[in-house]
Design a protein around this ligand. Structure first.
Ligand SMILES: Cc1cc2nc3c(=O)[nH]c(=O)nc-3n(C[C@H](O)[C@H](O)[C@H](O)COP(=O)(O)OP(=O)(O)OC[C@H]3O[C@@H](n4cnc5c(N)ncnc54)[C@H](O)[C@@H]3O)c2cc1C
Length: 594
């Protein structure tokens, strides 16, 4: 049985107590986004998630998608849920009001996205991809293209995709072979095969707007010759209705490990009519804009699955009776105690809890800065916020999804053999979560992005957006006896991160291969410190409020924060040791010796 109840209280804590929701309301764009508006929105998203999306999750996984001719049908109930999703305005949530959007902040959208991902990740993929397409068109397309497609993407009658991957071209997009031949009327004829295209074909929307990477005949080789095109599944007829086939065909759908209700399609484009988005040969610019936003969204997918797995595991641990507490029977009137009395089960539950709440706090910080980067009136503040988001994007994507997989796996372990059985729903979360570590740039590639692009940028300019607030916090709180148990471990781990960063900066210049060899460990160390910073700030609030609180919320925050500092953060020492040793040994084995 899958259960889900949106963690509204924790979301409110993060929005209103930890971060500066009032700062957002002070911006012109969000002057009406007060708590009176946001709380009912969160409640409505919670209701939609648990009442409409969650009940379709297990059945969607069982049925999967089906391909007949070149049409793809989604599982029972998806079409109706999608209509309700559009009618509820969720496709329009943080889109531009000029095109019918609601103009809500990203920081609220991330909370809503988390709920949808917890309830039904496969379903969430369809609007998620559409929003990515909307974002790329909104940022880079000509006014004509915007006028043609944005309102329809916003109201959900059209959906979108990102078509990057080809059989020979995955991580290395410079290997893209899809051709775009220019026509006299300014359009292009697109020919090529794309694979693994999420939502490439389905029965939810009237039309599908593909954003396709392709190269024109005279373009330079590699990544510098890639352009971005918008290619609709259906072209307009004489009445302006999208009804004419554009030779965009789904040739097969993948049988895969998880997200089975999300159609993963092989797509064939055969002289399909498309239009350039942005400048010729600058396609990666548009694609990166879309991918950066999408990477944050994939991080939220990991977070959403951690939360729902935690809830299922906790409910089970309170009910399942096995063995007796080692401290003496807790429920002598029952045949056995519930497994939540056992320290090892608590280790698993607390690990999930500490990671999930820590990630939610960090993710909300990043998405609030994302809002500032787009909407703050002060240019310098916008730039500072953007630098922080740039730095954090690979960390959010990689850390949240790696931890998502760890948490869903722990959730399954809490259920024992029952967790391994399909009916429990837990094994679906593990399977669904696994892809999040792979798509939108594998987590290994995120780590390379962090050390190769983000750290060296303008001699550590991005880095300072994180290092300075942490340093300032430590200096301001290190003498506070009530904070010592939290701030001292943070200070130690932060010092390790600083030393590791110095080492990487040194090695990266002379021997990039050596730096790359420790990139994933460095990203994890960075992520652990980021969560430790969040836990310090959260426990500081909890210390101040715990005595007046009768709900137990702040007391639980303090204990979870303690657990994080005592039982999780020490991993930073091992990571530090491994980073400082370097990665020579990785390259020591000859290829034939493998
Ligand atoms: C379910 C699903 C949905 C997807 N949805 C979409 C979609 O909507 N649109 C789309 O375009 N694509 C989509 N993809 C494709 C996905 O983004 C790619 O699979 C992913 O980017 C990795 O590419 P690849 O599979 O070719 O692996 P490869 O690039 O072949 O990588 C294989 C391994 O080598 C590592 N590697 C590769 N290059 C390097 C390097 N330079 N340095 C270090 N390590 C390296 C990788 O990290 C990985 O571990 C989807 C895939 C799946 C399975």
């Amino acid at each position: 049985m899958q259960i889900y109840s949106a963690p509204i209280r924790d979301m409110q804590f993060v929005l209103y107590e930890l971060h500066d929701a009032a700062g957002l309301t002070a911006l012109d764009s969000f002057s009406e986004v007060s708590r009176d508006l946001v709380d009912p929105v969160l409640a409505a998203a919670a209701k939609f998630s648990s009442q409409i999306l969650q009940p379709l999750n297990l059945s969607g996984d069982q049925q999967g998608c089906k391909l007949t001719a070149s049409a793809v049908s989604t599982p029972d109930g998806f079409k109706q849920a999608y209509q309700q999703f559009c009618q509820g305005g969720w496709t329009a949530f943080c889109c531009d009001p000029e095109y019918g959007g609601m103009g809500m902040p990203k920081s609220i959208h991330s909370m809503v996205e988390e709920m949808f991902c917890s309830a039904n990740l496969s379903f969430g993929m369809y609007p998620g991809l559409s929003f990515g397409a909307y974002h790329a068109l909104h940022s880079f397309a000509s006014q004509q293209i915007k006028d043609k497609y944005l309102a329809k993407l916003v109201d959900g009658s059209f959906s979108g995709t990102m078509c990057l991957t080809e059989p020979q071209c995955g991580t290395d997009l410079g290997l893209c072979r899809t051709q775009a031949i220019p026509c006299e009327d300014g359009s292009y004829l697109i020919t090529g095969n794309k694979i693994f295209i999420s939502a490439g074909e389905h029965d939810l929307s009237e039309n599908i707007i593909h954003l396709v990477l392709a190269r024109t005949p005279e373009s330079p080789a590699g990544i510098k010759g890639i352009s971005l095109f918008v290619v609709p599944k259906l072209l307009d007829d004489e009445q302006g209705q999208a009804s004419l086939a554009n030779n965009v065909l789904c040739t097969s759908i993948e049988q895969k490990m998880g997200i089975k209700a999300s159609a993963t399609c092989s797509m064939s484009f055969e002289q399909s009519r498309g239009w350039l988005v942005g400048e010729l040969n600058k396609g990666m610019q548009g694609m990166f804009a879309m991918m950066n936003r999408a990477r944050l969204a994939v991080g939220v997918q990991g977070l959403g699955l951690s939360e729902v797995a935690y809830q299922a595991a906790t409910a089970y641990a309170k009910e399942r009776l096995q063995g007796r507490s080692l401290a003496g029977a807790k429920y002598p009137e029952q045949a056995a105690d519930p497994i939540i009395v056992h320290p090892d089960v608590r280790r698993m539950l607390l690990t999930m809890r500490a990671y999930t709440q820590g990630c939610r706090a960090y993710g909300a910080w990043v998405s609030q800065e994302y809002d500032y980067s787009n909407h703050h009136p002060d240019k310098k503040r916008r730039q500072a916020a953007d630098e922080f988001v740039q730095l954090s994007t690979p960390i959010v994507k990689s850390l949240f999804t790696d931890l998502g997989f760890e948490c869903t796996n722990l959730g399954m372990q809490v259920l024992g053999g029952h967790g391994y059985i399909h009916e429990s729903g837990l094994e679906q979360y593990v399977r669904d979560c696994r892809i999040t570590q792979i798509y939108e740039g594998t987590n290994g590639i995120q780590a390379l992005d962090l050390i190769g692009r983000k750290l060296p940028y303008q001699a550590g300019r991005y880095l300072r957006r994180f290092f300075h607030p942490v340093q300032e916090y430590i200096e301001a709180n290190i003498e506070d006896p009530e904070q010592a148990e939290f701030v001292q471990p943070l200070a130690k781990a932060f010092s390790r991160l600083q030393q590791a960063t110095g080492r990487l900066a040194q090695v990266g210049l002379s021997d990039p291969e050596q730096a790359a060899a420790v990139a994933s460990e460095y990203l994890r160390l960075f992520g652990l410190v980021a969560l430790a910073f969040m836990w310090c700030r959260m426990t500081k609030i909890a210390v101040a409020k715990v005595n007046d609180d009768t709900t137990g919320f702040y007391a639980a925050k303090l204990t979870t924060g303690r657990f994080y500092m005592q039982k999780i953060l020490p991993q930073s020492s091992a990571l530090f040791a491994s980073i400082m040793v370097g990665g020579e040994v990785l390259m020591a084995l000859d290829e034939e010796q493998f």
